[in-house]
Design a binder for this molecule. Structure first.
Ligand code: NDP
Length: 447
């Protein structure tokens, strides 16, 4: 079996030589799915996984815009339309200077499995730009978004491809993108999710990824007769996902002691309660400030420059910042300090070695494609509300989100429970997502 997996990965490597993040995402899936394919006659000889790793379409385009000094800046825009076997392409847009084909293909590939896990009819895609929103004025952000959409609009649509937010793309950016789409197409449709409440958005969408990550941690703890109440939690990031993971964990009685950004992390031994979180939300979302300012406001807390929070003792870790933020040393440190639950709010925050370390230690470890699927699931609910022209209440959406997370948890158990009773959520999520997409692809023929 090992040689079969290696042969497959070597082939993908040959075709995608300079795409390390994409290869990492493929390898993690191949390790678990290839043995399953070999055990199931219907998938034999169909090259299904080989078809899945090839995007249906990759769109790359020029994004020229004019900055506040009157200079012309040129960025690169992308949309990866990865797989539409079970529904229109669906996945976020990332604006960050590190964005390239490798990053977006890894995210799009993960998205295909994640969207299948939600049980909603959504294919997988991802897009974005190497544009850096940090330090830009509102006017610059708007002009960039308008230029980006002036090309993207011809490739997307409510039944074709429905983008959303991701790193660097929040409510403000979705607003500018939606405005331009509407002007160019002259139609008001649910072509983007994460919209404002007065123009087609869904309640709970901003909260959904972070809340869902905590609900998933809670589901995992329940399998051991445990709960998140009273636990010490480390969170990385201080953006959308981190903020709402912190909020939900605190509401459920846990103590969140860290938050971070790309300049370092803050440690607040007393816990980041609702008041302190409200300060962080204002700092990050309105003032667009840095996390180190937290210690000026709350001097008992400490700031650790250029460090990650994984050395702080905790029961539960919620990585909610960026890919590969937990390496195998970080994983070992977490385990040495007694951490026994890791629920990934970010996409692929653990390296392959770190993931293997968690699995070998048999802790409760949920990969992002399961644990952070609440965001896209609620985007799916936003699409349904847009089509039906109705608005569900906060409680209704939250209830649906909770149910979706526990259904995903159940699918992971179905395919990931080992003979000794340990639940391997990585295998469970990969196989469960694979089966749904593969069956649809088989039914639709070689296209
Ligand atoms: P935001 O842009 O709101 O926040 C990102 C956070 O991560 C910021 O605090 C940012 O700090 C930090 N960060 C970025 N790069 C690094 C780095 N190299 N080292 C340390 N910290 C870093 O994004 P989101 O909260 O929306 O997304 C966070 C993660 O969750 C991503 O992996 C995303 O793909 C994933 N995700 C998001 C979903 C959503 O609904 N938004 C859905 C599913 C997954 P700084 O400000 O310094 O850059």
């Amino acid at each position: 079996m090992k040689s079969k997996i290696k042969k497959f990965i070597d082939l993908v490597k040959e075709r995608n030589q300079f795409e390390p993040e994409f290869l990492q995402a493929v390898e993690e899936v191949a390790e678990t799915v290839i043995p399953y394919i070999a055990s199931q006659k219907i998938y034999n000889g169909k090259n299904i996984l080989l078809r899945m790793v090839e995007p249906e379409r990759v769109i790359m385009f020029r994004v020229p815009w004019i900055d506040d000094k009157g200079e012309i800046v040129v960025n690169r825009g992308y949309r990866i339309e990865m797989n539409s076997a079970i529904g229109p392409y669906k996945g976020g847009l990332r604006f960050h200077p590190t964005v390239n084909l490798s990053i977006l293909k890894f995210l799009a590939f993960e998205q295909v499995f994640k969207n299948a896990l939600t049980t909603l009819p959504m294919g997988g895609g991802k897009g974005g730009s190497d544009f850096d929103p940090k330090g830009k004025s509102d006017g610059e952000i708007m002009r960039f978004c308008q230029s980006f959409m002036s090309e993207l609009f011809r490739h997307i649509g409510p039944n074709t491809d429905v983008p959303a937010g991701d790193v660097g793309v929040g409510g403000r950016e979705i607003g500018y993108l939606f405005g331009m789409y509407k002007k160019l197409r002259n139609e008001f449709t649910g072509v983007l999710t994460g919209k404002g409440m007065s123009w087609g958005g869904s309640l709970i969408r901003p909260e959904a990824t972070g809340y869902g990550t905590v609900y998933f941690a809670q589901n995992m703890l329940e399998t051991r007769g445990d709960s998140i109440e009273g636990k010490t939690v480390t969170v990385s990031g201080s953006g959308n996902v981190a903020q709402y993971a912190c909020e939900k964990a605190t509401q459920l009685g846990a103590k969140v002691v860290t938050l971070s950004d790309s300049s370092g992390f803050i440690y607040d031994e007393e816990g980041i309660n609702a008041d302190k979180l409200a300060y962080v939300m204002e700092l990050k979302n309105e003032k667009r400030g840095r996390i180190n300012e937290y210690v000026k406001k709350y001097p008992k807390a400490k700031f650790f420059k250029d460090e990650k929070p994984w050395g702080i003792k905790c029961d539960v870790a919620l990585p909610c910042a960026i890919q590969n933020e937990i390496n195998s040393d970080d994983a070992k440190t977490l385990l040495d300090n007694g951490c026994y639950v890791v629920s990934e709010g970010a996409n692929m925050p653990s390296t392959i070695d770190a993931a293997h370390t968690f699995l070998a230690a048999k802790i409760l470890y949920a990969p992002g494609k399961a644990a952070n699927a609440g965001g896209v699931a609620t985007s799916g609910l936003e699409m349904s509300q847009n089509s039906l022209r109705i608005t569900w209440t906060r409680e209704e959406v939250d209830e649906k989100l909770k149910n979706i997370m526990s259904d995903i948890h159940a699918s992971c158990i179905k395919y990931g429970k080992r003979d000794d009773g340990y639940i391997d959520y990585v295998t469970g999520a990969n196989i469960s997502g694979f089966v749904k997409v593969a069956d649809a692809m088989l039914a639709q023929g070689v296209v």
